[in-house]
Ligand binder design. Structure first.
Ligand code: NAD
Length: 410
């Protein structure tokens, strides 16, 4: 019988798992263990409303009354340092321990470090926690020069916010376009142009050879040898799954804790979900999905599995971002086999870009088109054959295209 469950990690995956366990009817003791002192919060607000000062704190994922309703025993400011997989027992950094019937590892990810000379100087930062955002908010002032290292999601969101705050911003991106990992080359290029219109300087095929200064950062030498003056720099060069606890306990890890499509680790009582887990993809292969929505979906699947009813949930990447004042949503991997079909024109405002392979919509990225995106996500999810010409016809409702595809498949 399952009467004690310990969830390690108080980010979105951990919180969603706690909620799903209760809604599935689990009635036993439920611990949520988090190494941060703060109550679980929505990390997606950090680079946007929190950093620009519109919100003093990120929204809470579990308001106080829901902690009571869900009967969650919160163990905050505490790091799990050991897991005995056989005994299903956790040890914590304060010397205490907890024996459970099931353990969920939702340990998340950390900002990737870069071994660049001068990286430890004051003024060189990363953004992962609320504390990071509060500190940056204190340090940044209008007119200062900020170097953003890495033009991915955090880099471009932070560049947008820093311009709002009146900083001069330069992005140094190692590859030949911004945002390629999640938005692909075409939308990446379009975002770069929007950021440049905001006054951001973007240098592609660029990086930092050295951060310079005595105690505090005063400049950067880029990989081409050019010296740039800088008041601060932020490293946004990717995330690394937090797998140390899992690795040391003998669980299989390979750029994430290797799990099956229900979150099982291979050890009967130990499961994983969220950024820490390398989860199977519906299109084949596996990886840590690194998105809020996928973490929630994985958490729902893992909750069922922990209670003895595994429901395989291979994942399709699903996420959103806000860059240069535009709302961008993405589903599936936009780069891949097949052809691109555009619906609408980005120059006129809203548009959707689809990737269609063998007649099926494999992925889509939308800009300021949330209603179309909702249908695009359903098309990707259903994997139905569609009429490619109809997709590009903005006068033809996507809902109708979806319904026609369903009728044809029936
Ligand atoms: P990312 O993977 O999105 O982007 C990293 C970028 O840094 C890439 O473009 C890469 O080419 C570049 N890069 C790598 N090494 C470099 C170097 N030495 N010099 C210059 N550029 C370099 O990662 P991120 O932006 O750091 O975000 C971290 C995590 O947070 C990711 O998991 C991301 O998915 C998540 N996140 C998600 C959202 C969202 O979904 N809206 C928003 C922010 C962050």
């Amino acid at each position: 019988m399952v009467s004690t469950i310990a969830v390690v990690g108080s980010g979105v995956a951990g919180v969603a798992a706690v909620q799903a366990l209760r809604s599935e009817g689990y009635d036993g003791r439920l611990f949520l263990i988090g190494k941060e002192r703060e109550h679980p919060y929505d990390r997606t607000a950090l680079s946007k409303t929190v950093l620009c000062g519109e919100k003093s704190h990120p929204p809470l994922l579990l308001p106080t009354d829901s902690i009571a309703d869900l009967r969650v025993e919160m163990v905050l400011d505490t790091t799990a340092v050991r897991l005995d997989v056989e005994r299903c027992e956790l040890e914590f950094d304060n010397g205490s321990s907890l024996k459970a019937d099931r353990v969920l590892l939702a340990t998340g990810a950390r900002a990737r470090a870069a071994a660049i000379p001068g990286v430890t100087l004051a003024g060189v930062a990363t953004l992962r926690t609320a504390t990071d955002a509060y500190e940056l908010r204190q340090q940044w002032h209008p007119g200062q020069h900020l170097i953003v290292v890495g033009g991915g999601l955090i880099g471009c969101e932070v560049a947008t916010t820093a311009r709002k705050l009146g900083l001069d911003v330069t992005i140094l991106e190692a590859s030949d376009e911004l945002l390629q990992r999640v938005l692909g080359r075409r939308i990446g290029r379009w975002c770069r142009q929007r950021l440049e219109e905001l006054g951001v300087t973007v240098r592609l095929n660029a990086g930092v050879a050295e951060f310079t200064g005595t105690d505090r950062l005063t400049g950067v030498i880029d990989t081409a040898g050019e010296v740039l003056s800088a008041d601060s720099a932020i490293l946004c060069v990717g995330a690394e799954p937090e797998t140390m606890l899992a690795e040391e306990s003998g669980l299989r890890c390979s750029r994430g804790i290797v799990v099956n499509a229900s979150g099982g680790t291979g050890a009967e009582s130990v499961f994983a979900a969220g950024d820490a887990a390398s989860w199977p993809l519906r299109t084949g292969g596996r990886r840590s999905l690194e998105t809020y929505i996928n973490s929630q979906k994985e958490a729902a699947a893992v909750a069922s599995a922990m209670l003895g009813s595994p429901v395989p949930a291979a994942q399709v990447p699903l996420s959103w971002t806000e860059i240069a004042g535009r709302h961008i949503q993405m589903v599936g991997d936009i780069e891949g086999a097949g052809t691109f079909v555009a619906r609408g024109n980005l120059e006129d405002g809203a548009a959707v870009l689809f990737r269609v392979d063998n007649g099926s919509v494999m992925a889509a990225v939308s800009v300021d088109a949330p209603r179309d995106f909702a249908m695009a996500a359903r098309l990707v999810d259903a994997g139905l054959h569609v009429n490619q010409d109809a997709l590009s016809d903005s006068d033809m409702e996507l809902r109708k295209i979806y319904q026609a595809a369903r009728r044809e498949a029936a």
